[in-house]
Design a protein around this ligand. Structure first.
Ligand SMILES: Nc1ncnc2c1ncn2[C@@H]1O[C@H](COP(=O)(O)OP(=O)(O)O)[C@@H](O)[C@H]1O
Ligand SMILES: [Mg+2]
Length: 316
């Protein structure tokens, strides 16, 4: 549905997008992750036909974006960075304006304005000037405009940027609700967002793909994935660390933190084999008691740093 081949964009000496090749299929929600300046927005502008690539090919729903931008744009809904809106218009007039510009028939447009207004919960503000709306409502207006013509492909550039946690949650729910059967590509630098809404995560840095897989696979790359955080009474801390450190399945014990009477430390696995049973067995036969024990699924931000900066992370 979206097919990108050897896509490159240079701005003078800067290579913003460097030979990207990937495809996205219906039903997929692709989270485009990366630090600022990674080339996310530039890629989205090229996919939506607003920026001409230096080289490479893009096809959206069978339309070549370079030779048939209008055909491609007819099946794309695009929420650009910052989602520009006309402050003097209200959501209803803005939707009418955009629908007419897209060549939608009057009755179909009226019907879609109703549907979309309900879908993104704009009922209360449909006739209120856009400049008087909160950021959350403005972002929803942007989304409403992007989905007005019921496109098969949605390209959303940082859809939750600048929203408070409740608003972020709402926009994520919306994206999830719309995702069935569509192709959605969204950019973000919020890792939880990828876990919350995406079926696929792609990390880009310096215009190149550094990771492409499921959010769970991404998390699994963390050096904390499969590690166990153990808490014991501080009087037994040294003994417990020694006993667990001697296990063949343990690579090392680290990150020791003592808080009042309790000491916490992390037991890192030597391989991908689960560590839990070994740790429980040692604890059961020991003189000391566990205060708590938690298996770590891995930290997304840890992987993000490793993947985008090449900073070394043991075991990753
Ligand atoms: N119109 C432009 N002219 C010159 N450089 C640009 C332009 N647009 C983007 N860039 C540069 O391209 C790189 C990628 O930018 P961008 O795609 O906006 O990154 P992201 O969206 O991942 O933060 C950055 O170094 C940015 O400064
Ligand atoms: Mg951007």
């Amino acid at each position: 549905m979206i097919e990108i081949k050897n896509l490159t964009k240079r701005f003078g000496p800067i290579t913003a997008v460097d030979d990207l090749t990937f495809r996205v299929q219906p039903g997929e929600v692709l989270g485009f992750l990366g630090p600022n300046g990674a080339g996310k927005s530039t890629t989205m502008k090229m996919v939506t036909g607003f920026l001409t690539p230096t080289s490479g090919a893009i096809s959206v729903c069978g339309h070549d974006v370079l030779t048939d931008a209008a055909g491609a744009q007819a099946c794309i809904g695009y929420l650009p960075e910052g989602a520009p809106l006309y402050p003097d218009m209200n959501p209803r007039s803005m939707m009418r304006f955009v629908g007419q510009a897209r060549g939608m028939a009057a009755d179909r447009l009226a019907q879609r304005i109703d549907e979309v207004c309900r879908l993104v919960h704009l009922e209360a503000v449909m006739d209120q000037r856009i400049e008087t709306l909160s950021k959350g409502f403005k972002r929803r207006v942007g989304l409403a405009l992007a989905i007005l013509h019921d496109p098969d492909v949605l390209v959303l550039d940082e859809p939750t940027d600048g929203l408070d946690p409740n608003q972020k949650h709402e926009v994520r729910e919306l994206i999830r609700a719309m995702s069935a059967g569509k192709v959605i590509v969204l950019s973000t630098h919020i890792l939880e967002e990828v876990e919350a809404v995406c079926t696929r995560a792609m990390i880009v840095a310096q215009g190149r793909i550094k990771f492409d897989g499921t959010p769970a696979e991404l998390r699994g790359r963390s050096r904390y994935a499969g590690a166990i955080e153990v808490a014991v009474a501080s009087v037994h801390a040294t003994e417990a660390q020694r006993a667990l450190g001697e296990l063949g399945s343990v690579s090392h014990v680290g990150e020791v933190v003592e808080v009042s009477e309790e000491t916490r430390f992390v037991v890192f696995p030597a391989s991908e084999a689960p560590l839990l049973e070994d740790v429980q067995r040692v604890a059961a036969g020991a003189e000391w008691d566990l205060v708590s024990l938690a298996v770590d699924r891995g930290h997304m931000d840890d992987v993000f740093r490793t993947v985008t900066t090449g900073e070394s992370a043991q075991g990753a």
